[in-house]
Design a protein around this ligand. Structure first.
Ligand code: 3HC
Length: 297
């Protein structure tokens, strides 16, 4: 397998921008693709903000921050990923959209390139099998915020060659102190298989009146040592993403543990996706988040 120098990231949203920053910080040349100029500018703007904050806090020199930014190129054109040695997708958790994307990439990206998906729950094989290179396809799953969370799940699909898996693992090991953990291609892999039922159960507990939003969150922080409570975590991950993962796990395992609670469905209908939409379990429009008053209705 060729040495990895140029990396393509598809998607510069919640996960994609963080992954692009991590990969550029590790010294790779990164081309990040978004659907339009405005979305791309928003994602790159988030990276610039993080880099400026690191300089302000004295965690990075201006020179290093400029070098990282200099290694990042934005595009809206798949053809600009043609020469990448590795392409990782980090778009919405929607199989149809991902399959469309791989169809485009398969035609333009050089045949020896590695294809990786950041899917949080969808089977790697379904995406791999849609390309002409299923042996060169694996999963590389980052956690939110990608700049901070250490874990990267490295997923071996049933068609993934040893060479591809080893290359994906080796790549993850170069990403500034990340902890890569191998896992099989089972829906939700390790973390979401365990974390998503916990998150949807927290929503059910709230629905049943076990506690208020803040009480449930404060209890899990103070009682179980979690860095944030489950409902704040839903807002961080995105309630739409939590719902999408829960749906995939429910369909795959046919177990009620993964079923979307009715409240989550209503919140998604209202567009209350969490931090990304400014409102979820909490309302983020003020100086400090407050419980979403709509949920008491
Ligand atoms: N982007 C980049 N950096 C961020 C960030 C973000 N969105 N949020 C926080 N950080 C950085 C801060 O800049 C700060 O950096 P510094 O130490 O260099 O100054 C550091 O993280 C700590 O941040 P804060 O002091 O603001 O706040 P906390 O100490 O409370 O940490 C947190 C924030 C890291 C988000 C912490 O609360 C946490 O670990 N929460 C749990 C997150 C989690 O469980 N993530 C996994 C979700 S599941 C998932 O992603 C899977 C997917 O498939 C759904």
């Amino acid at each position: 397998m060729a040495e990895i120098k140029r990396v393509g990231i598809v998607g510069c949203g919640l996960m994609g921008h963080g992954i692009a920053q991590v990969v550029a910080t590790a010294g790779y040349d990164v081309t990040v693709r978004e659907v339009d100029d405005a979305t791309l500018a928003k994602g790159l703007g988030k990276i610039e903000k993080q880099l400026a904050r690191a300089v302000e806090k004295g965690k990075s020199s201006q020179e290093d921050a400029d070098a990282i930014r200099g290694r990042l190129t934005g595009t809206t054109d798949y053809a600009d990923l043609a020469d990448c040695d590795l392409v990782l997708e980090a778009i919405t958790e929607d199989l149809a959209l991902k399959l469309e994307l791989w169809k485009e990439l398969d035609q333009v990206v050089k045949p020896e390139a590695l294809f990786l998906t950041n899917t949080s729950s969808l089977a790697v094989i379904d995406q791999a099998a849609s390309t002409s290179r299923p042996a060169s396809f694996a999963g590389l799953h980052f956690f939110n915020p990608a700049q901070v969370m250490k874990l990267v799940e490295v997923v071996r699909g049933i068609t993934t060659s040893d060479e591809t898996f080893d290359a994906a693992l080796a790549f993850a090991n170069t990403l500034g102190g990340k902890t890569p953990i191998p896992t099989k291609d089972k829906a939700g892999f390790i973390v979401n298989r365990l974390l998503v039922p916990y998150m949807v159960d927290a929503i059910r507990a709230y629905e049943e009146g076990v506690g208020t939003i803040s009480e449930i969150d404060a209890a899990m922080k103070a009682g179980a040592g979690h860095p944030m409570g489950p409902l704040a975590l839903c807002d961080l991950v995105g309630n739409d993403t939590v719902g999408a993962i829960a749906e995939v796990l429910f369909t795959e395992f046919r177990s009620g543990r993964f079923a979307q609670p009715p409240l989550l469905r209503k919140m998604l209908a209202a567009g209350w996706y969490g931090r990304k939409s400014g409102i979820g379990f909490y309302d983020y429009s003020g100086e400090t988040p407050v419980e979403n008053p709509g949920l008491a209705r």
